[in-house]
Design a protein around this ligand. Sequence first.
Ligand code: BG6
Length: 477
Amino acid sequence: MTALDIVFFGGTGDLCLRKLMPALYFLYRDGKLPMGSRILGLSRGHVSRADYQYQVLEKLKLYLGEKYDGEVGRTFATLLDYRELDIPDQKSWATLKDYLAPVGAREIIYYMAVPPTLFGTVCAQLKQHDLNPINSRLVVEKPLGEDEQSAEAVNDILSTSFEESQIYRIDHYLGKEAVQNILPFRFANRMMEAIWNRDHIDHVEITVAETVGVEGRAAFLDRAGILRDMIQNHLMQVLCFVAMDAPTDGSADSIRDQKVRVVDALRPVTLDNIHDHVVRAQYGPGNAQPGYRQEIADQDIAGTGETYVAVKALIDSERWQGVPFYLRTGKRLSARYAEVVVTFKAPESTAYAGAPANRIIIGLQPDMTISCSMAMKQVLKSADDLGHHNFTDDMLAGEAVRIPDAYEKLLGDVMQGHQAYFVRHDEIIASWKWIDGIRKAWVAADLPLHSYEAGSMGPEASDALLAADGHTWYSKE
Ligand code: BG6
């Protein structure tokens, strides 16, 4: 790899200092940052190079704790530089151009660690100053719009200055090891692909449970709601990996094409069926924790956003016709974990009709395990008294390895020009279309906002959603 210039818009912001600099620090430490690369922070404040280096190192110490090595830190700091950037001021851009000169001689990665409202001006200025050569890349991150129309507007902005092959839309779930393992687990194992369809699978659950509340982000979350904050992106990515057909080759686009086909095949949720498909809720007080409304009481916030959503999604494709995919995510739940549970149909042989269902459980976080549960004869019991056996593989296999943060993996991919784990324009639009349909239907149907106790696993209505199909949410206990 040739030397890179990595440029952060928002170089003194929280995302840059808390997530991106640690990611670069590890890439550098592990020899994955090409020799001669430079890192530039851009922001409005007047900060000297030495001050910026000091600021970054202090944050690395703070966030990395014992993993921080002073020796590595000191040499890493020599790659860092800082320039003041006042976006509307033409002089600032001339300064950036000087830094990058001769533009195009080195590969450039621009990272937009700034609010999306600034994307338009930044992209326009980059173009106006010829700072967007074909060997530059642009990294952006959610929220990329709040509905289909605004997502199109964001895409228009990005695509006036950059080609799709230069744009890297981050969804940090795609940088998680266990999420990335879903495709090889499915497609590199012949026995999996043979059974991964509606003939054998009864239903699928995808859960992303969080224990945190709204923290300092209440204003955003109340407006967006968890449907837009989590389902439109993170759960959708997991759903795509679980449901997509095999990519035709190893290219980024053959994976991304198949994902788009899944999203396009999602059956629209409408006014007629919303009550059977969606549950929305907000946490109230419980288990010695305050409720959502209490937490935001001193802020000027409507308090109408949902903090929990459960959706029954149907995919109208040959592979999945009639198989429900239940998605749920919520804040202030009883545990933090993410997992996929695939439940299989009853055996074909009537002789074993009562056998416990086969399940494949894919732990995404914090456990990174795959567990297959099979019906087996229990030793010394009769052959029709079957028990469950779990065959579990821990991806870490007890090894004390450091799992790179999602940002580290994804930045590494940007550096190498690998786009497979980045979301393409058409997928973003397709997923907003489906999400917009749900939001439109819930407004028209006046869908109730249920309540659940903080520290529980969500509202009763969510259990009822599955019970209507004769199912229950999988629980380890
Ligand atoms: C973010 C959401 O994208 O993902 C947050 O905006 C959420 O609301 C977070 O807490 C969850 O990420 P993770 O990696 O902790 O599961």
